[in-house]
Write a protein that binds this ligand. Sequence first.
Ligand code: MTE
Ligand code: MOS
Length: 786
Amino acid sequence: MSQAPELIVDPHVNATGELRSVHKPVPHDSAERHVAGTALYVDDVFEPAGCLHVAVGGSPSAAGRIARLDLERVRAAPGVVAVATAADIPGHNDISPIGAGDDPILAGDEVVFHGQPLFIVIARDRLSARRAVGLAAIEIEETAPLLTAEAAADANAMVSPDFDIVRGDAAAGIAAAPRRLSGKLMIGGQEHFYLEGQAALAVPEEGGDMYVLTSTQHPSEVQKAVAEMLRQPLSTVTAEVRRMGGGFGGKESQAGQWAVLAALGARITGKPCKLRLDRDDDMIMTGKRHDFATFWKVGFDDEGTLLALELDFLARCGHSADLSVGVVDRTVFHADNAYYLKDIAARSRRLRTNTVSNTAFRGFGGPQGILAIEHVIDQVAHALGQDPFDVRMRNLYGPGRDVTPYGMEVFDNIAPEVMASVAERSGYRARRQEIARFNNENAFLKKGIAITPVKFGISFTTTHLNQAGALVHVYSDGSIHLNHGGTEMGQGLYVKVAQVVADEFGVDVAYVKITATTTAKVPNTSPTAASSGTDLNAMAARLAAAQIRTRLTAFAAEILEGPPEDVRFRDNHVILGNRSMPFAELVNKAYYARISLSSTGFYKTPKIHWDRETARGRPFFYFAYGAACSEVTIDTLTGELRVDRVDIVHDVGKSLNPAIDIGQIEGGFVQGMGWLTTEELVWDERGRLRTHAPSTYKIPTSSDVPAEFHVHLFDCENREGAIYGSKAVGEPPLMLAISVHSAIFDAIAGMARPEAPIPLRAPATPEAILNAIDAVRGDAVQEAYR
Ligand code: MTE
Ligand code: MOS
């Protein structure tokens, strides 16, 4: 039977009655090191003596049978120590994160996507390994690849069964509605483009043990993958990560393969082995955000109230399930965004294609669901000739209409207030008029403006993942060693947890030593994902610290001679009445008195439950909200886009660290802008990714950051018992960028007749913008230009 963790702390209140670090803009613990270049990533750590280097050989075809894999010339190449294929894997040749058995480490007989790893080369240096890869003689008996979601849907090729969330009778609702619209929205994928690519260093230890330094959001999964590949118990493998140079979901499940291949090299050669993917290989060989073909049908009335909605999400999952079950579930969970829909059918298909296996990416499928309904609302507002902001406000969740299609009450709904706040701060109404004037006066440049909301569910929808552990030591000099299961990828998790632990002991953050995440200290951890890293790990660490503090409290009462309930830890001291003692001195005395100064902590999210069979429950502990107003200018002759001004009001509850949170909001927004405007993935007819380098794949740069960019934290405590009234912040802000897509829609809609739907896909690249303009105005603009 599972035992409920004893909550010896109040999630909202600190025992000292004073918070010195929590809620303060404490700098990221590694900020200076990031800037100075002294923060160590996998590839920066001193290589152990005799370290070898691994390069990966990939499939030249997207689909077929391996007829010949001749590695003689590879083996004979200069510097090469060994080569390995699937046949050399001692244990399990699969790293599927859900145990689906469809993610081979190295392909056996069959290849399923272009670039799929077939073999590794282990050489004395990285360049020799990479050069040798090119000498392989590979013949594939090719079969016709399935490349798009729609083609896979026609072929009924799936990675897992369909999943729908349905309430009422959407089809009947649409048929009976006074007005109807339907259409198709293509939603592009996204490359993670973490600055530090996939990397791992495997060091063989005595007795067959294996140590792996890895760049992963999920050390416990890397540990498991390596152990299963080696056919060894988990206890013989240690996975460690100090930090990632970004993960964004791309290192949730997909860091495992590279760690496993480094460990395979280490096992075969008996030497330390490092594998760092080249950027092109990284882009070709690792999965991305899922792209979707989305079909929508909506019924509404003349006022713009949505009466019924049908959405069919066809997700391109790639060749395997990976995390697609959860990712696409989150798409349908978020197909309502912040809107009440009495009759809705949100249906989803997880389609198997001969492309790289798509995976987690900031928002985990949620952004695609939210984009779909926001696009539908844009079309409805356009058809009615109404201000889209009014249509949105009219359809938000509210009293008497506050239950989601999956039966969860939107108990903490602040969407109307957040929307109103951003409308006011941005001066939306006045600016809409100015924009109308501008558009009247300018033939070729057109402006658009839009406000869109975000409501994002916080918790893993896989309920068992909502748990975390921590380990805290206090050394005899009063310094504190902090460890937990969460990983640092730049999002500021480590410093937030350190703030919480410092306040538990009433000491400065400087007392707390942040240490690398390792499976040897905290076992069986969940990935740092679903934005829940702080909610989970800060509570676990706080509980660990609170246990030590409880012991120290009893001891302080003894030596300072007073009642334990009067003992306070503050200002780096322990205080009792008018007596006090430095924290370090108390700890030192406690050591001599033989008091344990180390503790673990464990936390699991309360209240959540989810029944996927009936698609009903409370999958989320709470929702995080936000809204953004974006203004854009498009050049109708070139399709060029500029984002002129962005105003954001975002809900992080009572912020644990406003500096970090504002950074997350700005970064998330710009990353979302990239997804929706410039980042375009192109595969050719043979299933080869043509955009596998920054020369052809355009991520936003500093010059794309809106010239005017205002971020405001909505002042509101989390009503649920999350740590100190805060809310998760990692993913939700990405979806604020949907306002940019809507603003582009708005600019184009201004040129169109109401009966012409606007076929604006995502990403809204210059080509996509021009195509949409062509569709609504005929070729007039193009003609004028020629
Ligand atoms: N911020 C930075 N700088 N780098 C990242 O890789 N990943 C995002 C988000 N913010 C990421 C980031 C994603 S996908 C998630 S799920 C969360 O951070 C994970 O961390 P958290 O749970 O601590 O918020
Ligand atoms: Mo984030 S996509 O949950 O790693």
